[in-house]
Design a protein around this ligand. Structure first.
Ligand code: NAD
Length: 499
């Protein structure tokens, strides 16, 4: 067990500035309006820094810097861009512990996750796209004997990116790595709840990337996000966040006829077929572990398996084991490497989750465990902690249909295969799903029948860079990860040549 010292205390390996400006043209730039907002740590609820409150003027200054850098960056060789991405990955790896602690402090998630998952995934993502851009090829088609069609990839130019607060560095890197690899310059707006881990990263890699290629403007959605997404000076907007905000982003983009990537909300089903309980073995244990994934990252995951569907003939016994397993998940100080569940990312999020406890109870759902704010002791007392919660009810209830984005799962039973698929697809969303069965045929049939962009089979919450990720239905437009993402940040140029 290691307990990292809190930033700002003796022995801390991560330390924050008392104030953060925007990152424009490779340096900190104060906000034009002179305004800042407070940034509290969810670990203890106390403000640890203040952050520039950007608006349209700051977005314009960042776009100036990006436009100044885009042409040269777009013309660098793919070998050079790959070298830069690999260097960024190396630098992040050298500072992995420091970045992990910074991210934990700002977001409230356990350091065991930031150390073992968030940061390593982000690092690998840069390396993956460094390789992918080097391997990308154009094409030549012979139209007839004298006419040839050549296809080239060209960068879009300057792109805008807007991200949420649940995986601050990883969500940024999912967008930055393909955009930069493809030769674009970027203006990124982090979530107002978690801007500093990204600025922390900007400082660390400042000498590796030409000034202006990568810019960060902080602030709130309506004040800084909207002017970015609706600017006629960007050639694409990539957004991750709520479905309601995604609708607005699409409207803004339509004014300028630019492409969008939308990674939105989810209400993912996790389906347990009766054969998982055929033996009390390693597989059964893995399935129970898969059930508890609803509490990973405090449930603040777009693919949180927030609806568990259990087949009727194992319903009672599996659920009893799942409740016991959930109650054994250790909640505590996010800076302690033993802690599995930390704090919710913001007080607003905490309040939202607590309100869903009332909604669930009012609509007749039964609380099997949890259902309250976790009271912590000492320095953690002011933090935003919620006990992992299991509700039992029906798929028509609001707690089954609305994204709570907390460590809350709503459980119901199904009769047979067709019933499972029907319930799984009875949702606005279509981002992720889990299928647990010993039958390869059922796994395949379920995987194909579920309307979701990612179906995990006998596993959950793995996000390899090489696997395409994105939503069906209300969960979004386009994909992230996978080398296909390069196409989303490029134009196709055709030269049709008659010899
Ligand atoms: P949100 O939509 O409130 O905010 C996301 C970002 O959009 C923030 O940076 C915010 O400042 C900005 N924003 C808000 N209003 C805006 C506007 N009018 N114009 C431009 N920008 C605006 O979402 P959130 O609460 O920060 O994040 C949680 C949501 O993100 C959940 O719904 C979750 O499912 C989703 N999410 C999806 C994925 C995915 O890959 N599909 C991944 C992570 C999170």
């Amino acid at each position: 067990m290691t307990v990292y010292a809190a930033p700002g205390t003796e022995g801390a390996i991560a330390s924050f500035r008392p104030r953060y400006d925007h990152w424009i043209g490779g340096e900190y730039v104060p906000p034009a309006n002179g305004q800042y907002f407070e940034n509290p740590s969810p670990v203890n609820g106390r403000t640890f820094t203040e952050v520039a409150r950007g608006d349209a003027d700051d977005i314009d200054r960042a776009l100036d810097a990006a436009h100044g850098a885009a042409h040269a960056w777009g013309r660098t060789s793919v070998t050079e861009r790959a070298r830069v991405l690999n260097k960024i990955a190396d630098r992040m790896e050298e500072h992995l512990e420091e970045l992990a602690v910074a991210e934990t402090w700002e977001n409230g998630k356990p350091v065991r996750e930031t150390l073992a998952a968030d940061l390593p995934l982000a690092i690998d993502h840069f390396r993956y796209f460094a390789g992918a851009i080097r391997a990308q090829e154009g094409s030549i088609s012979e139209i007839d004997g004298d006419t040839i069609a050549y296809h080239f990839h060209e960068p879009l130019g300057v792109v805008g990116q807007i991200i949420p607060w649940n995986f601050p560095i990883l969500m940024a890197v999912w967008k930055l790595a393909p955009a930069l690899a493809a030769g674009n310059a970027v203006v990124l707006k982090p979530a107002e709840q978690t801007p500093t881990s990204i600025l922390y990263l900007m400082e660390l890699i400042a000498d590796l990337i030409p000034p202006g290629v990568l810019n960060v403007v902080n602030g709130f959605g309506a004040e800084a996000g909207k002017p970015l997404a609706s600017s006629p000076r960007i050639r694409k907007i990539a957004f991750t966040g709520e479905t309601t905000t995604g609708r607005l982003i699409m409207q803004y983009a339509s004014q300028n006829i630019i492409p969008v990537t939308l990674e939105l909300g989810g209400k993912s089903p996790n389906i347990f077929f009766s054969d998982v309980a055929a033996a009390n073995d390693e597989f059964y244990d893995k399935a129970l572990e898969g059930f508890t994934m609803f509490a990973l990252n405090q449930g603040e995951v777009c693919t949180c398996p927030s609806r568990a569907l259990i087949q009727a003939d194992i319903y009672q016994s599996f659920l009893a084991d799942a409740v016991a397993r959930t109650e054994a998940v250790l909640q505590g100080n996010p800076l302690d490497t033993d802690t599995m569940i930390g704090a919710q990312a913001s007080n607003d999020q905490l309040e939202k989750i607590l309100s869903y406890f009332d909604i669930g109870k009012a609509e007749g759902a039964k609380v099997l465990t949890g259902g309250y704010r976790a009271e912590m002791e000492g320095d953690l007392a002011g933090g935003y902690y919620v006990t992992p919660t299991i509700f039992e009810g029906k798929n028509s209830m609001r707690i089954f249909q609305e994204e709570i984005f907390g460590p809350v799962v709503a459980v119901t039973e199904f009769a047979d295969f067709d019933d499972a698929i029907k319930v799984a697809n009875d949702t606005l969303y279509g981002l992720g799903a889990g299928v647990w069965t010993r039958s390869g045929a059922d796994a395949y049939r379920a995987g194909r029948a579920i309307e979701a962009g990612r179906v995990w089979t006998n596993c959950y919450h793995a996000y390899p860079a090489a696997a395409a990720f994105g939503g069906y239905k209300g969960s979004g437009v386009g994909r992230e990860n996978h080398k296909m993402m390069l196409d989303h940040y490029q134009q196709t140029k055709n030269l049709l040549v008659s010899y």
